[in-house]
Design a protein around this ligand. Sequence first.
Ligand code: PLP
Length: 658
Amino acid sequence: MTTLDRTGAPTGAGEEPWGVEDAARLYRTDAWGGGYFHVTERGTIAAEVTPGSGRRVDLHEVVEGLRERGVSTPVLLRLPQILDHRMSELRRAFDSAIAEQGYGGSYRCVYPIKVNQQRTILDETIRLAGKLGFGLEAGSKPELLAVLGMTSEAPETPIVCNGFKDDEYIEAVILAAKLGRDIVPVVEKFSELKLIIKHSEAHGVRPQIGLRVKISAEGSGRWQSSAGSRSKFGLFASEALEALALLEKHDMSECLRMLHFHIGSQVCDIRKMKAALTELGYVYCELRRLGATGLDMLDVGGGLAVDYDGSRTDFESSMNYTLDEYAADVVYRIAKVCDEEGTAHPMIVSESGRAMTAYASVLVVDVIGSSRFDGLRTPEGVEAEARSSDETPQPVLDLLHALDVMNESSPIEVLHDATQAREEVMSLFSLGYVPLPLRALCEQVYWRIGAAILARHEREAVEGEAAPEEIEALRDQLSDIYFCNFSVFQSAPDSWAIDQIFPVCPLHRLDERPTRRGVLADITCDSDGKIDRFPDQADVKRSLELHELRAGEHYDLGIFLVGAYQEILGDLHNLLGDTNAAHVTVDNDGRWRIDEVIAGDSVSDVMSYVQIDAKQLRRSMRRSAEEAVRDGRLSVAESRKLMSFYEAGLEGYTYLEE
Ligand code: PLP
C-alpha cells in the first residue's frame, strides 16, 4: 500500500523505487490516450501520431523547443497527423463493417465544422476529405459561407447544411447547387422546405433535399435532449409526411435524398444509439414506400463519443463501446431494417466531429506557484496560551483534545469531533467571541489532524478496500492548489460549463514519484476557474498527484483531448484571449518539426473584440502621463517607463509572461 504524506500524496518513504511504468499506471495514459499518448523512458509524454508505428514526438521537448524560439506557454499543440489518423480510422471501421456484413451501400463522413473551425483544421480535413470520400457539414449561415469558400478548389466536396436557415441561407444553397456543388440542405423546420421549393423553382434547380426527423428514442449523457419529441430540431412524423406531399405537389418528390437525425453529442451508451438507428431505419423505409423514391442517404448525425476518462463505461465523459463496434452497429441496424422491409441499403452518412478532433490538440500550461495547507503557521505561543488559559472557548479546547487523542481513537471518530469543533469555532468567530490568532490556530490544528488521519488510514487500510467517503473528502480538502497560467474559460470551457473531464498529466518528471496532490487553478479572478476533476480507475478523483515545484524550473502540465469544441467555445473572461498554438508533425524517422506557430491574441487584439480602441487608450494614457509630469507627480523618466510598459503590454500576450 502506498503511504501518503500530510497532503495525501504518495510519500515514497520505504517504497519500491518509482518507475515510468508507475507513472503510466497512475495517470492512466494508456486508458484515455487512445494509443496516441505514452509515458516515455525519459519520464516525459510522447504523442504517437499513428498508434503502433513508433513515430513519436516528445511533447516536452517540443515545449522546450518552442520556449527557445520565444513561444511561451500556455500553448496549444496541434497534431494534425492525429487528425489524419482519426479520419482514416473512421473510414477503415465503416469499410470493414460494410465488407464484413455484405452491406449494399457506402459510407461517408461529413465533418461538422462547428467542432473546430480553425483554418488549419479545415485545410487538413478538406485535403483528406478528397482522399477518403468525406465531406463537410455547416450548421449556420457563416459556416456555410466558410465551407463554400474553402472548398472552391475542391468543388466536388459533399456539403450537408444543418441548423436554422433563413431565406438568404437557402437561396445561397440553391445557387451553390446550380454552381455544381454537391450540397444537401437539411430541413429542420417545415417552413424551410417552402423556401427550398421557392428558390429551386425560381432558379430552375433540382436540389438534393434532406429531412431531419424527431425520433422518440432519446440519447444518453449530457446531450440527451437533442433527440426525443421535445428536441429543438427536426420534423414530427406528421410533418415528414406533409413534406413528402408538398414535394409531390411540386413534382419534386425524388429531390428528397436524405433522412437525417442526431441524438446528441457524446453518446456514452451504445444501446441508445442502436435503438435510435432502428427507429430511423423504419422511418426511412416507410418514406420510401410512400413515394420518396429518390431517398438514398441516411445521415445518422454525430454522437460517436470520446473516452475522456478511459473508463470504458457509460459515464458521461466516457463511452461503453469502440469505434469498430459503433460502425458495426450502425451498419447492422440499418441493414436489418432495410432487409426486413425489402428496401435497398442507403449510403450511410455520419457527422462525427468530436471523435475526429478531440485527440489532436493538447494544451500545455505552466504552473506558476502553489498554495498548500501544510504550510500554515500559527504565531508562536498561541497554542500554549490557548491550552493554559481559563478563557479559551470550549470548541477550541475540544479541537486541541482531538489532536491529543487522535492516535488512540478511531480516525473517523476523531475526524467527526474535529470537524464539529472547527465548525463551532468558526461560528463563535463570526459572533466576535474568538480572536483571529485563535481562529488561525484552529485552522492549523484541524489540518494537522486531517493529515495525520489520512496517513494513518493509508497505513492501516486493507488493499483493494474503498476508503470511507469522509477520508476521500479529507484527501481533497487537504490537496494543494497549483496555480497555472491559463484560463479554463478560454481553453477548457466544458470543464467549467458541464463538468467535462479532461485528462491532465505532467509532461515531464514522470520518472520521479509525485509527492503532492493538487487541483489546478487558472489565472482568472473567478473561483470557478479551476480543474478539480480528474480521470480515475473507478470514479472521478478530485485532486491529482503532482510533483513538488522546484525554484527556477518550469513545471509543465498537459491538458489532453481538447481538440473538439474547446477552442471555439472558449471565451474572453478577464480578457484572456486565444493562446499561442503550434502545429507539430513528425516524419518517418521520428524527427519532429514545428510547421507553423500561430501567435495568441495580444491585449490590443482582445480589446478590439470588445470595441476598445488601443490607439485611443495609448493617447489617453500619454495625456495623463504628460499631465503628471507637468504637475510634478511623475518624473520624465518615470513617465517614459510607464508608457513603455503600457505600450508593450498592449502588444503583449494576454497571459502572464516571464
Ligand atoms: N451533427 C449535428 C447536427 C450536431 O448538432 C452535432 C453536435 O452536437 C454533431 C453533428 C457533432 O456531434 P459529435 O461531435 O458528437 O460527433
